[in-house]
Design a protein around this ligand. Structure first.
Ligand code: HOZ
Length: 432
């Protein structure tokens, strides 16, 4: 019999105190459980596929610190490498040989990247890449897609995904209209809309930025021909194609979505996995474009902690682990079992759902679907998702606390973990 009550006394105490100290009691809104009800659980420690909260409850984790934990949390080899690096100091603010090692690994892995600049987060990477798109093309307008999230910089907070979608704040106050005037939007997977925008704004569009597989509006895959079409359109109009692979980089394939789908963008942003759980981001691409970045060129971008030895070390060790034969096959197998299993359980218990996975990234919507874009995703029964989330949590399964976030597995997740998860899902869905 599955335990359906969990003790959360300490979590509640800590979160109550946190609400007086930090806005909403959190350091990032996506953690706040606002759309699923209840209160966030407060973590104490993480290991492999599991997390433990401050009340001693154990959960199977499908958030993986929002993507980085692809090797499982606190992998012993990553921790050992970090211990050794720590002895030499935490930050140099000066060149460090480890930057070369990680840069080379990234360049060798990601088809579009000939040169790379390290920063400290995915947000920073996207902010910088936008400046670079504009600097290189001498054009100001960009196209982004509804429900795609490229961090919280002003220019991207237009019909954005992730926390802003979860909280229903698509266009945040405090973002001046003048800042987003040049951010044009289209529905994801709608090539005709992009074509029209290019025709209406001839010679004015610097480029198109997108999540090649959307993870910030739930999990949405590109329709056949969509990425190819964007590549052709951007070529035709002298604009740049930018893949935001902060989520998909090193996750859906070692070389990211661009390797998986065989489409090479001009520029790419990365984060999450390449920091192995430490704060990191990166942007890179064609050498002629990257040569514009200061001090090689005039486009300014900088950072005190960028390329710091701890983040570089965790990233290097994580990518080394990912290079082991069979890693991505395993991730695909275990995640397919989960995603297929969830659809099967939903069918058996009479719920209309759709969803899927690519490698270790997955998602499920409470709508018959299909989901091609954010408008489709919004048809999901989010109240039902909230009840599902709560039920799963009570049964020891930690899912992202929003319908509009993808889920992540790691190679620490076992068949038994998946079976336990599906048993919990069957139990919850039977009583939804
Ligand atoms: N980019 C992460 C997934 N949407 C969320 C990280 C955050 O905003 O805290």
């Amino acid at each position: 019999m599955v335990n359906t009550t969990i003790k959360t006394t300490k979590s509640q105490e800590i979160f109550a105190a946190a609400q007086n100290l930090m806005p909403g009691g959190v350091s990032s809104p996506v953690r706040a459980f606002k759309s699923v009800g209840g209160q966030p659980i407060v973590f104490d420690r993480v290991k492999g596929a599991y997390i433990w909260d401050v009340d001693g409850n154990q959960y199977i984790d499908y958030v993986g610190t929002w993507g980085p934990a692809i090797c499982g949390h606190a992998h012993p080899e990553v921790i050992a490498a970090l211990h050794a690096a720590l002895e030499k100091g935490t930050s140099f603010g000066a060149p460090c040989a480890l930057e070369n090692v990680l840069a080379e690994m990234v360049i060798n892995a990601v088809p579009s990247i000939e040169m790379v600049r390290f920063v400290n987060s995915g947000t920073e990477a996207c902010m910088a890449v936008l400046r670079l798109m504009r600097a290189f093309t001498k054009r100001d307008k960009i196209i982004k897609f509804e429900g795609c999230y490229h961090g919280h910089a002003d220019m991207f907070l237009v019909k954005a995904g992730s926390g802003v979608a979860t909280l229903g704040l698509p266009d945040s106050p405090g973002v001046p209209k003048s800042t987003t005037r040049d951010t044009l939007t289209a529905a994801y997977n709608d090539l005709e809309a992009v074509k029209t925008l290019f025709e209406q704004n001839r010679d004015e569009i610097a480029g198109v930025i997108l999540e090649p597989v959307v993870g910030n509006a739930g999990f949405i895959t590109p329709d056949a021909g969509f990425l190819e079409g964007l590549r052709e359109l951007t070529h035709e109009h002298g604009a740049l194609l930018v893949f935001d692979e902060v989520m998909t980089g090193f996750r859906i394939a070692y070389g990211g979505a661009q390797e998986k789908f065989g489409i090479t963008p001009d520029l790419t942003t990365l984060g999450k996995i390449i920091g192995g759980g430490l704060p990191v981001g990166a942007y890179g691409g064609r050498r002629d474009i990257m040569s514009m970045v200061a001090p090689a060129g005039p486009m300014y971008q900088a950072g005190t902690l960028s390329g710091n030895p701890l983040a570089m070390t965790a990233g290097i060790k994580t990518l080394e682990l990912l290079q082991k034969p069979g890693t991505y096959d395993y991730l695909d197998k275990v995640t397919k079992k989960l995603a297929d299993g969830l659809l099967e359980v939903a069918k058996e218990t009479g719920h209309a759902v759709c969803g899927g996975q690519i490698s270790g990234m997955f998602g499920m919507f409470f709508t018959p679907g299909p989901v091609h874009n954010y408008e489709d995703a919004k048809k999901s029964d989010t109240a039902k998702f909230g009840r599902f989330h709560r039920g799963m949590l009570e049964r020891g399964i930690y899912l992202a606390p929003s319908q509009f976030e993808a889920g992540f597995t790691s190679f620490a997740h076992t068949d038994e973990d998946i079976e336990q998860t599906l048993a919990a899902a069957r139990d919850v869905m039977s009583s939804l």
